[in-house]
Write a protein that binds this ligand. Sequence first.
Ligand SMILES: Nc1nc2c(ncn2[C@@H]2O[C@H](COP(=O)(O)OP(=O)(O)O)[C@@H](O)[C@H]2O)c(=O)[nH]1
Ligand SMILES: *[C@@H]1O[C@H](CO)[C@@H](O)[C@H](O)[C@H]1NC(C)=O
Ligand SMILES: *[C@@H]1O[C@H](CO)[C@@H](O)[C@H](O)[C@H]1NC(C)=O
Ligand SMILES: [Mg+2]
Length: 421
Amino acid sequence: MQFAPEPHRRIGHNYPSFLSPHPPLMALNKPTRYLLLALGILLSLHFLLSATHEPYSKATSLSSLSSVWTKDKPKYSDTAIPAHPEFDPPPKWATGGVGGAANATRANATFVMLARNSDVNGAVQSIRSIEDRFNREYGYPYVFLNEEPWTDEFKKRISVLTKAPIEFGVIPHDWWFQPDWIDEERATQGRKKMEEQGIIYAGSVSYRNMCRFNSGFFFKHEMLLKYRWYWRIEPDVMFHCTLNFDPFVYMEKQKKTYAFTIALYEWAATIPTLWDTVKNFIKENPTYVAANNAMGFLSENNGHDFNMCHFWSNFEIADMDFWRGEIYTKFFEYLDKTGGFYYEASCSRWGDAPVHSIAASIFLPKDKIHFFNEIGYEHPPNQHCPKDDEIWKKGMCGCDQGKTHDYGPYSCQHQWDRIFQ
Ligand SMILES: Nc1nc2c(ncn2[C@@H]2O[C@H](COP(=O)(O)OP(=O)(O)O)[C@@H](O)[C@H]2O)c(=O)[nH]1
Ligand SMILES: *[C@@H]1O[C@H](CO)[C@@H](O)[C@H](O)[C@H]1NC(C)=O
Ligand SMILES: *[C@@H]1O[C@H](CO)[C@@H](O)[C@H](O)[C@H]1NC(C)=O
Ligand SMILES: [Mg+2]
């Protein structure tokens, strides 16, 4: 495996040591060095321009350039590793829809993983699993996001696992950390109260940062802007079945917007402030509610109360243009302004799982939400394993069908199924 970056990428800064080319430049005398340097810059510019017909390299190289030259702007693009030169077939992007003018066979899509440097072993395991069961054949790119700079160790361990392009990005400060206008005393009280109730992650501020970031910001990151579709992956997850199809292309062809594998019932008895906020938003913006929506998944009484059903968002395949659109933007801002991500907290109530689920179920027609039965998926302690023998065999699934979450005690699959009956 060789990692020699394309020439135009060498302008990029901060190449991790394990990737760095070693120009024998320093051995030359001064004038020759400057001449070569000038030539190099010219050549690099040439490559930059000539590479612009390829959307991937265009966007990455331009963004890394701009962050080199604007000193005062913090950089959010850490490292970009291009696709392996021998990767076959080369990624072909769908423009104007699958089967459109370009007859493209690939979607405008990426994987995205939020992780800490300390998550490296779990991240390696997740990438190995998705490469094995799907992406080895498809070469969709990966974007890794972190509020801290990535360590060379993390980048090194990940970059050997795939031939697909990888980008390591840093999250803008204000998209991650608790905003100044949050009343810290009230937030502390909220955390204490939840801790007393024994709610998971109740005392953690960083968990709340993560929930808010995943709810309202990840899709605005400069590394994700150039993509429409994403597949969210977390450290320490497993994909149990070989995919004999491309889920991104499926989403695009079938005109889906949001897809899940596990739907959960959250039993925790909690004060319904998230739902009250949602209801107020709907009252103020009644036109945003979609006809034929999936409210029946969220509520037993036509929206009066929230039944705590949500899609388990550690797995998501979805259209970021929906999150970027007017309705979701207004919805997230409305929720965020209440401070609920910090005052009420615990992701089960004010987190990306219920927030994404509620938005998709109310602002989309229900047939735009898809359950991927074929995708065997495990995020401990829950897993989805296809119950249907045909699907399970065809996918060469490694999971125990008896362990599937689908109709277990905490599952909301019934609430999902019933809205189509
Ligand atoms: N960069 C970063 N990622 C985090 C942090 N906390 C959680 N994550 C990521 O956010 C996702 C959810 O966190 P996880 O610990 O798996 O929570 P759980 O699945 O709800 O138990 C995972 O992708 C984590 O790697 C954090 O403080 N910093
Ligand atoms: C797309 O593919 C179909 C069948 O493979 C072919 O008939 C058609 O001409 C192609 N369209 C374009 C624009 O290449
Ligand atoms: C991919 O999707 C993004 C977001 O919708 C869009 O800005 C970009 O132009 C698309 N790229 C291609 C090649 O279609
Ligand atoms: Mg997790």
